[in-house]
Design a protein around this ligand. Sequence first.
Ligand code: A2P
Length: 301
Amino acid sequence: MEIQLNNGVPMPSPGFGVAAISGWQVDTDEVAEVVSEAIQIGYRHLDTASVYGNERSVGSAIAAGGVERGDLFVATKAWTTEHGYDQILRAFDNSRRRLDIEYLDLYLLHWPVPDLIAESWRAMERLVSEGAVRAIGVSNYRISDLELLLASADVAPACNQIEIHPYFSQPEVQAYCREKAIQLVSYSPLGTGTWSDIPAEQKPIVDPLIREIAERHEVTPAQVILRWNLQHDWVPIPKSENSARMRQNLDLRGFELSEAEMTSIDALEKGKRFNMDPEEAIETTKHVAVPRGEASTAASK
Ligand code: A2P
């Protein structure tokens, strides 16, 4: 299925999140194989980031995947150390070189850097006007960051990719983005938080209500959570390295959640963030480098 971004560009949904496939910042043939498999299974939206350190593998999978480039939607992100006008243009060139593609479908500012939002966004707008990127957006933006951006933007952000799962659905950001026609993209949609130390029994995928709804519809808890995203018009980008789960996460059309079920899942919200807080990220992310991704350390093509 597809949704349409505010500039008319279609975005396939669900997408396939590729953070930490085979491990954090691993860029090997194994990663390319997982991404190729996802493409073969039917994913058409791939979501990576310069800091994931696997753009070369994603590019290899795109080249080998047997699907026309025009039928794929490829998104990557500029890390916080890459923000600023010249820095964004350079970062974009580096990502495009590593992915080995002509254009990007979506380029995102990975976390807010409030002091640099206006100038970073000017560079993003330039990339759109040059035809190098079909849509531009942000990730992990709070309402205050979006307000800052919109105050000087000529092009509105097409999306805000944020952590969304039943225990952390960010109702205020949801409402703000709906009002501004900014598409929400949900990362860590299963709430499994790859980088968190949250014990498995505390995650929404094992929540009794989610399990009960899953049993009623004869689907899995993950499918219930992903279907809840679709019915809210959010685009989830689940990650899996397992073929059966990859298939399952894409197979969401055979059932529909009732209004009562949707409302009961909404009510699970408890402000439980599994990933970094944007305020904390402003400082923390400065100390995380983007791997250069030189050919010698990358997946072979
Ligand atoms: P695996 O790769 O072994 O399938 P998120 O995208 O919410 O961060 O979740 C990613 C995590 O959730 C991964 O650890 C992934 O493990 C697991 N996962 C992905 N799909 C499913 C599913 N359908 N059921 C259970 N766990 C899943």
